[in-house]
Design a protein around this ligand. Structure first.
Ligand SMILES: Cc1cc2nc3c(=O)[nH]c(=O)nc-3n(C[C@H](O)[C@H](O)[C@H](O)COP(=O)(O)OP(=O)(O)OC[C@H]3O[C@@H](n4cnc5c(N)ncnc54)[C@H](O)[C@@H]3O)c2cc1C
Length: 395
């Protein structure tokens, strides 16, 4: 069998298949020359505890399960895992009432230790923060998801799996007996396939015979980095109270496991599927996105937020203006340009941003069609979900 995509989900699925059936042939195909080249190596590095997600959803259940599996995997393999904690900060009464709802939700989802804080208690957790109330999650942690992905890949190979880097899948043809994968380096015949192609998940699912929608609308998120002498302004993770109508969590301040502190990310339409910089501009891609009715409906619905985010991206000053609402001591002089990532966000034809993970089966192919944040946190649990169902004939 084959897995397409060497991000954290693809490597975790390949490893899980071998864990369940030692000795089977598992082939992992990745188009880049390394693992974790895209979302899995370009994210905030936060092990989300499961606060936000609708109880009973795949996100809620797989995130909670994923946290435990990830912590165990990091401990077993000597990878850094720092439970530095997360503070959600409310700035006004509307956000305070949303915090109560999130608190209830976190408890229902089984998130340990979450606690509502009054204004005076905020500085016990984050001395430089200002706000009128907070929600503290001491279990939220940070890791290096790229390092986790590489370790999953190594573990998969140790168990007898085959990793083929630099192999781009161009065609998927299935019949009653097998699946033929055409790559730019030759063909492979396998009995089953799992697609974990992130930003390309819709295109590959379609090649396998699945419906066109939902389609991936990629959103770029860029970060700033705090200068070393200002990193003390952030102890752990400082987050806004999310807008329930948006799937993104807003500009946050995030300590990374290597000691850097990120400010961001914003969310703007990416100029290409892997459009990390403006010079990656792909006109055909933009035309395809603009021609998708689901995108146009989504844009109409979210245009206000969209305009705000674009302005945030256009100027470092407006970016910092947002972050200063939480940490007033921050100034434009405290930051330098940082990395950027592109989120694979699936959008349905009616313009709805697909909120939950979406995984479906097309004959001999299982497609992970939507796995945005907390996809990295949940990867080991998504792998269980996919691989266990694979052998039990479900899903
Ligand atoms: C800015 C940003 C911040 C985020 N922050 C967090 C966070 O703090 N915590 C968290 O849990 N999640 C976070 N996420 C989400 C998380 O990164 C993703 O959910 C996760 O990485 C998805 O993993 P993946 O393996 O599906 O995708 P990817 O890592 O994108 O991997 C897909 C792989 O498929 C390969 N591929 C695609 N097409 C082909 C083809 N035709 N042939 C061969 N290979 C192919 C690609 O090259 C790629 O390597 C964030 C994401 C972004 C972008």
């Amino acid at each position: 069998m084959a897995v397409i995509g060497g991000g954290i989900i693809g490597t975790a699925v390949a490893r899980r298949l071998l864990q369940l059936r030692p000795g089977i042939d598992v082939l992992l195909l990745e188009k880049e020359d390394r693992l974790a080249a895209h979302q899995s190596g370009r994210n905030s590095g936060v092990v989300h505890a499961g606060i936000y997600y609708r109880p009973g959803s795949l996100k809620a259940t797989l995130c909670r399960r994923g946290v435990g599996l990830l912590r165990e995997f990091c401990t077993e393999n000597g990878l850094g895992y720092d439970p530095c904690g997360k503070l959600l900060v409310a700035l006004d009464q509307t956000e305070r009432s949303r915090l109560y709802v999130l608190h209830e939700r976190a408890i229902t989802n089984g998130v340990p230790g979450v606690r509502l804080l009054g204004a005076a208690e905020l500085t016990d957790v984050e001395p430089h923060v200002r706000g009128i109330a907070g929600l503290h999650s001491p279990d939220t942690a940070i890791v290096d998801f790229a390092a986790v992905t590489r370790q999953l890949g190594a573990d998969m190979e140790k168990r007898g799996g085959t990793l083929r880097l630099g192999h781009r899948v161009l065609g998927i043809h299935q019949d009653a007996r097998e699946v033929v994968l055409t790559t730019d380096r030759g063909e492979y015949q396998v009995d089953t396939v799992v697609l974990c192609a992130g930003l390309h998940s819709d295109a590959l699912a379609q090649l396998a015979g699945d419906e066109r929608d939902p389609r991936i609308v990629p959103f770029r998120g860029s970060y700033l980095l705090l200068r070393p002498d200002r990193r003390h302004l952030v102890r752990g993770l400082i987050y806004p109270v999310p807008d329930p109508s948006m799937p993104f969590l807003g500009v946050h301040l995030t300590r990374r496991i290597d000691g850097e502190v990120l400010v961001g990310p914003n969310a703007v339409l990416a100029v290409a599927r892997e459009g990390y910089q403006i010079r990656n501009l792909d006109i055909a891609h933009l035309a395809r996105v603009a021609g998708y009715p689901g995108f146009r409906r989504m844009a109409r619905r979210h245009w206000r937020t969209g305009v705000g985010e674009v302005l945030g991206a256009a100027s470092r000053r407006s970016f910092i203006r947002i972050a200063r609402r939480y940490v007033p001591e921050l100034s434009v002089r405290d930051v330098v340009s940082g990395p950027a990532g592109v989120r694979a966000q699936a959008v349905d034809a009616d313009g709805t941003l697909v909120d939950d993970f979406r995984i479906n089966r097309i004959g001999r192919v299982t497609a992970v069609r939507n796995a945005p944040s907390p996809g990295a946190t949940s990867a080991l649990a998504i792998a269980e979900y996919v691989a266990d169902a694979h052998f039990s004939g479900g899903r």
